[in-house]
Structures are given as C-alpha cells and as structure tokens.
Design a protein around this ligand. Structure first.
Ligand code: PHE
Length: 459
C-alpha cells in the first residue's frame, strides 16, 4: 500500500515530546490513581500487580504499537483506520465497537472525574481540617456521593469542560495542558508516596502490594488485571489509533510508545505506594471499591504539614490528569463522527457530550443516591462498577484481541513494522513483537475470554 501522506490540516503533534505528553496525558489519569488501587485492593494486592505487569509487557505494549501503527499508516479515526488498511472488508465494525466503548467509558469516567472536582472544592473549603481517620473520611465520602444533585452536577460540569477543550482541536487543547501538568503531578506523587511510606504501620501496605500470594490468582483476577493493563494504557478502543494518526512520521514511534508505557506504569505503581501504606496505617479496608482513593487520601493529608495545601494541589492535578484522559475518550468519538459521518465538529462535540451525560446519570446515582442502582439485582454490584467491568475490562479486552488479529493476520506484521520504523528507528525485536501480536496475544486474550464465557465467571 502506498504511504498515506500526513495532512497538516488534520492536526499533528508538532514534536516527539508533544506526542509523548499527549499520549501520556491520555494514558495517565484516573486509571492509575483511582482504578488501579481499587482493582488491586479488591483482587488480592501483589498477585494482581504481578499479573497486571505481565500483561502490560506481553499484551499492552504490543497492542500499543499495533494501534499507533494503524493510526499513523491510515491517518484516520478508529473506524476509518480499519477500512483504509483493509479496503472492502467488514473490519470497520471493530473500530465502531471501539467508538462505542470510548463513549461508554467516558460516561462512568466522568462521574469519578466529577468527584475530583467535588474533592477539590472540599479541600479548598477546609472540609478535611481536623483529625481525619478512615472512619471520618469514609463518612465524608459516603455523604458526598449520596447527594444526587452534586454527583450529577459535577459529572456534567466535567463533561462540559472536556467538550470545550475538544472543540478547540487537537494541538492547542491537549498538548499545552499536558506538558505543564505531567511533571508537576509526578513530583507531587513522589512526595505523597514519601509521606505515606513513613506512616506508622505502613509496612503492611508495602507487603500487600509486593508479597505475592499465588493462591489469590483466579480467572476473574486475571481478567481484571488484563482489563486494567489495557484501560490504563488507553488501549483496545482506538484512542491510540487516533493519537497515532497525529504522530509525525519524522518522530520515532518506538521511543514515543515506550515512553508512554513507562510513564503510565510507573505512575500506577507510585499510586499503589501512596494508597496502600496509608490504607493499612489507617486501618481501612483494601476492598473498599470505587471510593477507595477518595477515602484514603484525606488521611494522608491529615498526617502531613501543609496538608491542606497539598490536598488542593493533589485534587487539582488529579482533575487535570483526568481531563487529559477524557479529552482522548471524547476525541475518539468526535473524530469518528467528523471523519466518517461528515458531522460538523461543533455539533459532534456537543451532541456526544449531551448523550454521554444522559448515560452518566445512573452511574452518578449508584453510590448511595438511588438504592436500586447501588446493588443491582443478580449482579451483586452497583451500576458504576458494572459499567467499569463491562467496558473497562471486557470491551477493551475484546477490542485488543480484534486489533491483534487484524494487524497480525489481515493488515500484516511487515507493513505495521514499516510504519513503526518510518522515522528511521525500527522497533527493537520486531520479530518478537510480530509473534506476540499474531500468536501470544490472540491465544491468551481469546482463551481467557472464552474461558470466562464458558464458566460464566464474569465478575
Ligand atoms: N487510560 C486512561 C486512564 O488511565 C483512561 C482511558 C481509557 C482513556 C481508555 C482512553 C481510553 O485514566
């Protein structure tokens, strides 16, 4: 296939650094700080971390390069990428499923992102002043999420902020935000980990995170770890296809991809080093569910000088990190509507945002505001938890499987490797990558999904 020229009007991340910042901006977010500790806590700690890391290396990174290559080679959104790289085929639906997945993830992600705004407000107004133990912090969280107007309002506010940025287009919106935010966020996290690790009783948290108990490994733990590896790297639904299409051909894709994967995984581990020591020090329950981070963090701020200031900085940076992720989720849907459906950008942005807000309402109300949504009959979890598992674990796993099958067996490993190395720097161990994409990932992910369906061990 002839190389598709890059179109300036499409928008392009000016430099390698610009792409890494935006890619890391998409990858780093609530997935690292909120979802990773909550999944790890629910799934046995170190055992989960071990499998998660294994999946990042053996499946996440290969899929990341597969997506980036598809995006840059096709210069399209997820649906267009499949139809351009396999003309006349029906692969486009995989991209369509990705767009749908992005939409549905955005609808629960924005609920949690709204919480970060609420917590920012509480930090500013001194709600966490005075001694804060796990019990008081849990009560603050419980009251906060049970307020329906607050939960829905903040989520809609967050979606609106996302829409305003995405409306402005790729380069201006995303790149500027991330290049300032990321370094600051990283520095703050290192500091918080330092405080948490030196709390009395912190060792229990460290061994929870690193001392593997192999008996904790079950098929559901494995699926959740796979889902988390993909979710955290923004894979399986086309975000990295879209971003790959914006990466300059002169920029090294191997370097760009590796940097994003390293930053993202490093920040997740750092979040674990913040949450679990403090959690055990304060005696909270590791399997506390989606509220975990929100319950634990105020106890850390309480235990440090200038805690109130750090709290404000933390929620502000977390909200911004979440924003650079919601931008990428919305961007996938919008670039599809604009490129494939010929809808104007403005209409696509606001239409998607409104529809997403509607789907977000039941998630926003599922942590106490409406009891029927907190514990769905027959599922044993709340609406937000269910969305998180369905789209965040299953849809992304399925999407990653299809992307591997597509690149490995339809488009081809060689054209993909050519695109990855287009800047002149090839992917090291390209043959290994090819084998992972063609055989290892499909067998592992496909086998796991089939096993789950056969045994009906979904959650
Ligand atoms: N990776 C993002 C995070 O960790 C979430 C995300 C998932 C973004 C999928 C885009 C696509 O917060």
């Amino acid at each position: 296939m002839a190389t598709i020229p890059q179109n300036e009007a499409r928008g392009n991340f000016g430099s390698l650094m610009g792409f890494v910042m935006a890619g890391a901006g998409s990858a780093i977010g609530l997935g690292n700080i909120w979802r990773f500790p909550y999944m790890t806590g629910e799934n046995g700690g170190a055992a989960f971390l071990l499998i998660y890391l294994l999946f990042v290396v053996a499946i996440g990174v290969p899929v990341l390069f597969a997506e980036l290559a598809m995006g840059r080679a096709s210069q399209r959104n997820p649906v267009g990428a499949f139809t351009v790289l396999a003309p006349g085929s029906s692969w486009g639906w995989v991209g369509g499923l990705g767009v749908l997945t992005g939409f549905c993830i955005l609808a629960f992600y924005s609920v949690v992102a709204g919480w970060t705004l609420g917590y920012l407000g509480m930090a500013l107004s001194g709600t966490f002043a005075g001694p804060v133990d796990a019990e008081r912090s849990g009560a603050i969280f419980g009251d906060f999420v049970a307020d329906p107007a607050m939960a829905v309002g903040l989520c809609i506010l967050f979606l609106t902020i996302t829409a305003v940025v995405v409306r402005g287009g790729v380069q201006k919106g995303i790149q500027r935000t991330t290049s300032v935010l990321m370094p600051a966020f990283f520095a703050l996290l290192v500091l918080l980990a330092g405080r948490s690790l030196t709390l009395e009783g912190a060792e229990a948290g460290v061994s929870f995170l690193f001392a593997v108990d192999f008996s904790k490994i079950t098929p559901t733990v494995v699926v959740q770890a796979l889902g988390q590896a993909l979710f955290s790297l923004s894979l399986g639904m086309g975000a990295m296809i879209t971003y790959g299409s914006y990466l300059d051909r002169k920029a090294s894709m191997p370097l760009a991809g590796a940097s994003v994967a390293l930053f993202d995984t490093g920040i997740a581990i750092l979040a674990g080093l913040i949450i679990f020591p403090a959690l055990f020090a304060s005696g909270a329950d590791p399997s506390g569910g989606p509220g975990l981070v929100f319950v634990v963090m105020p106890t850390i701020f309480d235990a440090m000088p200038l805690g109130g200031v750090f709290a404000v900085a933390f929620y502000l940076l977390l909200a911004t990190a979440a924003l650079t992720s919601t931008i990428s989720l919305l961007e996938v849907v919008v670039s599809y509507l604009v490129d494939e459906r010929g809808i104007g950008r403005e209409v696509a942005v606001w239409g998607t945002t409104a529809a997403c807000a509607a789907l977000a309402v039941p998630s926003a109300l599922s942590l106490g505001a409406v009891s029927g949504l907190s514990e769905l009959p027959g599922v044993g979890m709340g609406f937000l938890d269910l969305q998180n598992a369905l789209w965040g674990n299953y849809a992304l796993s399925f999407g990653a499987l299809m992307i591997c099958l597509f690149v490995g067996w339809r488009w081809g490993v060689q054209p993909a490797l050519d695109e990855i190395g287009a800047s002149g720097q090839p992917l090291p161990a390209g043959a290994v990558w090819g084998a992972l994409v063609r055989f290892v990932c499909p067998v592992a992910v496909g086998g796991l999904l089939v096993y789950i369906v056969v045994t009906q061990n979904y959650f």
